[in-house]
Ligand binder design. Structure first.
Ligand code: SAM
Length: 233
């Protein structure tokens, strides 16, 4: 089973609302950096929740995601918005955007630095000059402290296990969603450090404006679990 093939149908029940937290950052960025609300691209848009919020803010929004099932849900939820199936490393939209977002550890699905470099370069290409990229990573601290054990989940009538494993040497986190009767989705992510991410962004020419460890805009510390970057082309 492909990642998000089954999860897509009830993703919003568990995680969909989270992406609206991103709007706090978007509002902050619009205000502080005088960002135009002309065009936004949500990379790894999932079920389109953030895309909908960006649209309500006045952006003309496009979403792209690797998973056909997630794009199906995004389109069903927001028929008025444009969504495309595509890999963040090589999608090609003949347009440039003032804002690009990549929310909720989507970029951790790129499991080596060459994949990461391709994606950041491609995102850079799709930004207009002065455009802003907001992205978050999950760090090794999160995987070390939290990515172990089994969560027994129930969303409406669907029960499943979420099995969390982490290889500290490789910095690879595997999440298995076990729906029973042999139906399993395996999601593989890599933990990236702040310094690595700064390198990927800096290498293609991004200027990192700010970074935070949460949506209350707290400053990053050594054991931050999540780091959100605001970077400008
Ligand atoms: C944790 S979900 C987050 C979805 C959405 N951004 C949100 O905040 O709800 C990760 C998403 O990344 C997408 N994804 C993973 N690898 C990708 C890639 N190489 N290119 C584009 N999307 C990718 C998945 O299909 C999934 O929708």
């Amino acid at each position: 089973m492909k990642a998000f093939e089954k999860l897509a149908k009830f993703y919003n029940k568990g995680w969909g609302e989270l992406s609206s937290l991103y709007m706090k950052l978007v509002d902050y960025t619009i205000e502080k950096y005088n960002l135009s609300t002309d065009k936004a691209l949500d990379v790894a848009c999932g079920t389109g929740m953030l895309a909908a919020d960006l649209s309500n803010k006045g952006f003309k929004v496009t979403g792209v995601d690797l998973s056909e099932d997630m794009i199906h849900e995004a389109t069903r939820n927001n028929p008025e918005l444009k969504f495309h199936v595509g890999d963040m490393r090589n999608f090609n939209i003949n347009d440039k955007f003032n804002l690009i977002t990549c929310a909720f550890d989507s970029i951790n699905y790129l499991t080596d630095s060459s994949m990461m470099k391709e994606a950041i370069q491609n995102i850079y290409k799709h930004l207009s000059d002065g455009g802003i990229f907001i992205v978050d990573i999950n760090t090794p601290a999160l995987y070390e402290d939290k990515h172990h054990g089994t969560l027994h989940r129930e969303f409406e009538n669907i029960k499943f296990d979420q099995i969390l494993e982490y290889d500290k040497m490789q910095r690879i986190g595997v999440t298995t969603f076990d729906f029973g009767e042999g139906q399993k989705e395996v999601h593989t992510q890599k933990a990236y450090t702040v310094e690595e991410m700064e390198g990927f962004l800096g290498e293609v020419g991004f200027n990192i404006l700010e970074k935070f460890k949460d949506f209350k805009l707290s400053l990053v510390d050594e054991r931050a679990y999540k780091v959100i970057f605001i970077a400008r082309k």
